[in-house]
Design a protein around this ligand. Structure first.
Ligand code: DSN
Length: 435
């Protein structure tokens, strides 16, 4: 479609400078093994919608209540996205406009808190997220953060410690969810803690949301006032975010918030997105979200998330067998955090060596890390992308063998190149983007 458009505009030339780079990135994705836990490969129809004419449309407001004319079509698209995400999670309300997970969290905090209010989140250096109170993020600058972490011996969150911290700090918002925690969450206990101290409970399930949607992990919507997620990780949609509620939506008794007793928290959340933190929604991305949510309702996707989980658990066991320390000893979801302190290599070196072998990971702090976030003592991996690609449990051992081989030969360029060649050959058997 774009080619036709360009042919009509004779004065326009194709911008090869950029398209050549897109081609290069395509090749990188096709040739290598993608293990970044927050990445995935979307379907051709999701990509098509993301690159569609809907990018041309302004639609500030909500379906049926816009500040622009000509929104009849995008209203229908956005309503499909809302209906499908509600069906997927059993939510009673959703806003699909957040441009990202960070934007979703910003909107929730703007809506429910006053500047300077206390928040309690999972420590970034233990696996939490920047937007849960980090001092370099809006959440740590506009609100007063405190944190809970994992226990040194187990790598697990101790909910008694969360309760003690909550009682001491008396936060207005308790945040759960993580970027690098491989275990499930006890949302019921967290809600009890939140109720005990008069806090609202926000779950940011950006990472495992696809597994949650299909019932493979505990359900945060049952207990949390508000749930946010990105749409591009296990959910396998376009880059973006969203906000959902279930039981506390239009609570007849109202919900006690720092802004008083609120009956319709969803209206506050809507206004936290627009006009609070965003302008016009990205309707092309919302169309792509709608398609991805439709896909996530399918039997194929159910099989996919079951495979993601199985692959991750097999991969974690393979790392342990090779003498790597997996934080908490394994995984309940799609990811794991590897502590390299028992090996003669840090996270930065590991990321680099694996990159030269065409295995993409990200270096990651591990709990109680003595190295900086630029160096780190570990790396994080996830199985969402390789599972989309069609790799199965038997392939996980082979990936771990390659990783171990690359790390043990981190300074041997010839060895890393030979691993890369083997991987490129192997991956050519798993075509990603079919014509
Ligand atoms: N969501 C983060 C990740 O897990 O990669 C980035 O913000």
């Amino acid at each position: 479609m774009l080619d036709l458009f360009l042919k009509k505009k004779e004065n326009m030339t194709r911008d090869n400078k950029v398209f050549d780079l897109i081609k290069e990135e395509n090749e990188r994705q096709v040739n290598g093994i993608e293990l970044i836990a927050s990445e995935n490969f979307v379907s051709p129809q999701v990509m098509e919608a993301a690159g569609s004419v809907l990018t041309n449309k302004y639609a500030e407001g909500l379906p049926g209540k816009r500040y622009y004319g000509g929104c009849e079509v995008v209203d229908q698209v956005e309503n499909i996205a809302i209906d499908r995400i509600k069906e997927l999670f059993g939510a009673t309300w959703a806003n699909v406009q957040p441009h990202s997970g960070a934007q979703a969290n910003a909107a929730v905090m703007l809506a429910l808190l006053n500047p300077g209010d206390k928040i309690l989140g999972f420590d970034l250096s233990h696996g939490g997220h920047l937007t849960h109170g980090s001092s370099v993020n809006f959440s740590g600058k506009l609100y007063q953060p405190s944190f809970y972490g994992v226990e040194k011996e187990t790598g697990l969150i101790n909910y008694d410690v969360v309760e003690e911290t909550a009682k001491k700090e008396r936060p207005k918002l308790l945040i759960c969810g993580a970027s690098a925690y491989s275990r499930d969450w006890d949302y019921e206990r967290l809600r009890e803690i939140a109720d005990e101290v008069g806090a609202l409970l926000l779950a940011d399930v950006s990472h495992p949301s696809g597994l949650i949607a299909r019932g493979l992990l505990n359900d945060p919507l049952e207990y949390c006032h508000v749930v946010t997620t990105t749409t591009h990780k296990t959910l396998r949609g376009p880059r973006g975010g969203l906000i959902m509620m279930r039981n506390d939506f239009e609570n007849p008794m109202g919900i006690k918030t720092p802004k008083g007793i609120i009956r319709k928290v969803s209206s506050l959340l809507d206004s936290g997105v627009f006009p609070g933190t965003q302008g016009g929604p990205l309707e092309h991305i919302i169309a792509a979200k709608a398609i991805a949510f439709g896909e996530a309702l399918s039997d194929d996707y159910m099989q996919y998330v079951m495979n993601v989980k199985k692959n991750a658990s097999v991969m974690a066991a393979a790392f342990v067998e090779k003498g790597y320390q997996v934080i908490s000893g394994g995984t309940d979801n799609h990811m794991m955090l590897i502590d390299l302190r028992s090996k003669d290599i840090n996270g930065k070196e590991a990321e680099k060596a694996l990159g030269l072998a065409d295995i993409t990971v990200n270096k990651n702090m591990v709990p109680f890390d003595d190295k900086s976030p630029f160096t780190t003592s570990g790396f994080r991996v996830g199985t969402s992308a390789v599972t989309t690609r069609g790799l199965a449990v038997d392939d996980m051992q082979r990936i771990v063998n390659y990783i171990d081989d690359a790390l043990m030969n981190k300074d041997d360029e010839a060895k890393l190149t030979s691993i890369k060649q083997e991987i490129n050959g192997w991956m050519s058997g798993f075509p990603l983007f079919k014509a």
